[in-house]
Write a protein that binds this ligand. Structure first.
Ligand SMILES: [Zn+2]
Length: 285
């Protein structure tokens, strides 16, 4: 079996409790696993330059070998597109609102509006962290063609939004038997998006507010995705959220502890950031 690349992505630093992010950084240092963090530039409208405790931690993350990429602007569910069905099903109120009247939502998805949001977010990155990220993930993986066009025109090199296995979100709704198969229309490895940048599909989310009783079941889901990716010679790309897997929800860290150990036990696995992996890889058209 060839080498398997294992990429842990983690969303939403820049919002919510910094101490929970610090807990994840401690865990990753102990596990010697680098992460790709998708950082919100101005969560709820308050930019990172007004969040000193976050900036300290983000600099720490960079120093410890993690990478920080761009995640929306203020981060609302429909900010860059309409969330996929499995995502809408875990936010019934937004779903109902959108179903009643989709027009105000789609009116926000012109290329000009999305470009403006990206530019404002990028400016915040530049002012606070000193660089412009080349990678992007949309809030709630809600995407549209105008988003890809805007990203490409602004010089972004890659994004990671399309989900391979929606079952992680079915598990969030405790719908363990949904039996929703892998999206076979989704390439299971990074590909050249028609808009001109690379899209790196993500397998699933496995650790959303778990308790001890959930550990076995969610570990099994993650393990089966890892095994399937490995058997196909694909990279394994996981999605997670720091605040949903730490503090009183640290059962999520136990899932990853087991998954990292399992991956190391089967052998020939390499933990890298997404940006690093894509820089090394030749993307097929
Ligand atoms: Zn997010």
């Amino acid at each position: 079996m060839g080498e398997t690349t294992f990429v842990l992505t983690n969303d939403d630093p820049g919002a919510q409790e910094p101490e929970l992010f610090a807990e994840l950084l401690d865990f990753l240092a102990e596990q010697q696993v680098p992460a790709t963090f998708f950082v919100i530039p101005a969560s709820g409208g308050k930019p990172l330059d007004q969040r000193p405790e976050w900036l300290t931690l983000l600099h720490r993350a960079l120093n410890e070998g993690h990478e920080l990429q761009h995640h929306g602007y203020i981060h609302t569910a429909f900010e860059f597109g309409v969330p996929p069905n499995f995502m809408l099903d875990i936010m019934p109120e937004s779903k109902a609102q959108w179903q009643r009247d989709p027009v105000p939502f789609s009116a926000q998805h012109t290329q000009a509006i999305l470009t403006d949001k990206l530019l404002k977010g990028r400016e915040i990155f530049k002012n606070t962290l000193g660089y412009e990220p080349l990678g992007f993930r949309a809030p709630c993986v809600a995407i549209c063609d105008n988003m890809y066009a805007a990203l490409h025109e602004l010089g972004f090199k890659w994004s990671s939004n399309i989900v391979i296995n929606p079952m992680g979100w079915r598990y969030i709704n405790r719908d363990y038997d949904a039996g929703e198969p892998w999206h076979t229309a989704v390439p299971s490895q990074p590909f050249q998006h028609p808009a001109g940048l690379v899209e790196a599909p993500v397998h699933s989310e496995y650790t959303w507010f778990l308790t001890e009783d959930d550990i076995d079941r969610h570990f099994e889901l993650a393990k089966s995705d890892f095994d399937r990716a490995r058997a196909a010679g694909d990279p394994f790309i996981a999605m997670s959220h720091y605040y949903a897997m730490t503090g009183k929800w640290s059962a999520g860290l136990r899932v990853y502890e087991r998954l990292f150990a399992y991956a190391r036990e089967v052998g020939n696995v390499r933990f890298v950031t997404l940006g690093q992996m894509l820089a090394e890889q030749e993307i097929k058209n």
